[in-house]
Design a protein around this ligand. Structure first.
Ligand SMILES: [Fe+2]
Length: 265
């Protein structure tokens, strides 16, 4: 991003905010209350989450305007970059072995329909408690559970078994939750979902999510992250919920806004 671009964007942000102050004739007391709430949000380490809740889906929307293959989704804060490679199944805790399973499978192709072999797919999803492994403030469950990397075969196909994720609340006990729930009357729930990050040589990376049709909060995601593309109808195979999702990758030469992996919280 050039300095000129930064200057133009920040200048417009400030002007837009000034417009809001004028529109609502905000008083000095209200301005200070808002200022102090932002300071508390920063102190609680929730500023990145607050910004993501309001704005991440818009940046994804802008990115998707340049995609002709599958659309991207929000990444969320729980990606861990060095998850292990797995063979056909994510690691399941002993205590979760009897829980319902899901079979994630599908095919990765390019825009001509040709298979993309050897694509690496990072998969991650919640525990049955609605937390994520490898995240210290989620109890620091070993990151080998409910996340891993798999590869597509020569036909572009992938397949991996795990337990079902659940809907979960984004942290709602601090200043972000107070703003969303108390002052704005929102809720803080996300529907159950699976995260995907697909990398393949010569192709544009794709970060996506899949959802369970009919599941709680699919139509009312607090992060506005649900696109229509990957809401998967209910079907079962060998007693497992089938999550069949095919991905179409854009070429790497197509416009590619930078997407940087951030360390997990
Ligand atoms: Fe998530």
């Amino acid at each position: 991003m050039s300095d000129e671009r930064t200057k133009a964007i920040i200048g417009d942000v400030v002007e837009a905010l000034r417009g809001v102050l004028r529109k609502h004739e905000v008083t000095f007391a209200e301005y200070r209350a808002g200022f102090m709430h932002m300071a508390k949000t920063q102190e609680a380490g929730e500023l990145p989450m607050l910004i993501d809740v309001f704005l991440n889906s818009t940046v994804v929307e802008i990115e998707n305007a340049t995609r002709t293959g599958s659309k991207a989704a929000i990444q969320g804060p729980y990606f861990v970059p060095d998850a292990p490679f797995v063979e056909g199944q994510l690691a399941i805790r002993d205590q979760d072995m009897d829980l319902p399973k899901m079979l994630m499978r599908g095919r990765v192709t390019d825009q001509s329909g040709a298979p993309v072999a050897g694509a690496v797919i990072d998969l991650w999803h919640s525990t049955p408690e609605g937390t994520y492994s490898g995240i210290p403030r989620h109890g620091d469950l070993d990151k080998k559970y409910y996340r891993g990397k798999i590869k597509t075969d020569a036909d572009g196909k992938y397949e991996c078994i795990s337990i079902l994720p659940v809907p979960y609340q984004i942290p709602n006990k601090g200043p972000t939750g107070m703003l969303l729930e108390t002052y704005m009357g929102w809720h803080s729930w996300r529907p159950a979902h699976i995260h995907y990050w697909i990398h393949a040589d010569g192709k544009r990376d794709l970060i996506s999510q899949a959802y369970f049709e009919g599941g709680d909060y699919v139509d009312d995601d607090c992060c506005e992250g649900v696109g229509n593309e990957f809401i998967v109808p209910e079907a079962y195979e060998n007693g497992m919920r089938l999550m069949e999702v095919d991905f179409v990758l854009d070429e790497a030469s197509s416009p590619k806004p930078a997407r940087v992996a951030e360390p997990a919280e």
